[in-house]
Write a protein that binds this ligand. Structure first.
Ligand code: SF4
Length: 174
């Protein structure tokens, strides 16, 4: 099988490009007390995006997946990890490694945002689908300014869905 090549500079199984420091005690990007990883690189370019500085796939900082794991392991009291962006699914190999680690070693649940829809990721298969299969929840779809709704939980626009997942299958839609 052809090896996956991330469109984000330097990103592979052992390296992840981040747009900012890892957060902890976050309560706005999923249920519970959460660590948040901010990935760099997004090509969706939604008008009205709150984080356009995360678009450039060569900006931010490239860090080792091992260092991210160590940092996460040192956080106390977290119940989950959320991948935000940027587009986490542009770096699925690194995100997959981290997701598997926190589920198995730290016992956390794992959520991710994506500008791609669930259906698109499933159809594409490969590493993106493997990463999705590790998730407990996905908030999917681009931000659409004309559908903006500030009352939505964890989402910015009405087209986006909060999908609860088990082994890649949707168990509940919020
Ligand atoms: S997918 Fe997310 S990060 Fe990318 S442009 Fe849209 S809102 Fe911004």
């Amino acid at each position: 099988m052809e090896e996956y090549k991330s469109p984000v500079l330097g990103s592979d199984k052992e390296h992840i490009r981040l747009s900012g420091p890892t957060e902890s005690d976050n309560i706005v990007n999923g249920y519970g007390l959460r660590a948040v990883i901010w990935t760099q690189g997004c090509f969706t370019h939604c008008p009205g995006c709150q984080n356009p500085e995360t678009w450039d796939p060569e900006a931010g900082v490239l860090v080792s997946v091992e260092d991210v794991k160590k940092e996460l392991a040192g956080l106390k009291g977290q119940t989950g990890l959320t991948f935000c962006g940027g587009e986490p699914f542009n770096q699925p190999e690194a995100c997959l490694e981290i997701a598997r680690y926190v589920k198995k070693e730290l016992g956390w649940n794992v959520w991710s945002f994506s500008g791609f829809t669930y259906e698109k990721i499933k159809k594409r298969g490969g590493k993106q689908w493997e990463f999705l299969k590790e998730l407990d929840a996905l908030i999917d779809g681009p931000f659409i300014l004309s559908q903006r709704d500030l009352t939505l939980k964890f989402r910015g626009s009405k087209n986006q869905r909060l999908l609860h997942l088990k082994d890649g299958e949707i168990t509940k839609v919020e």
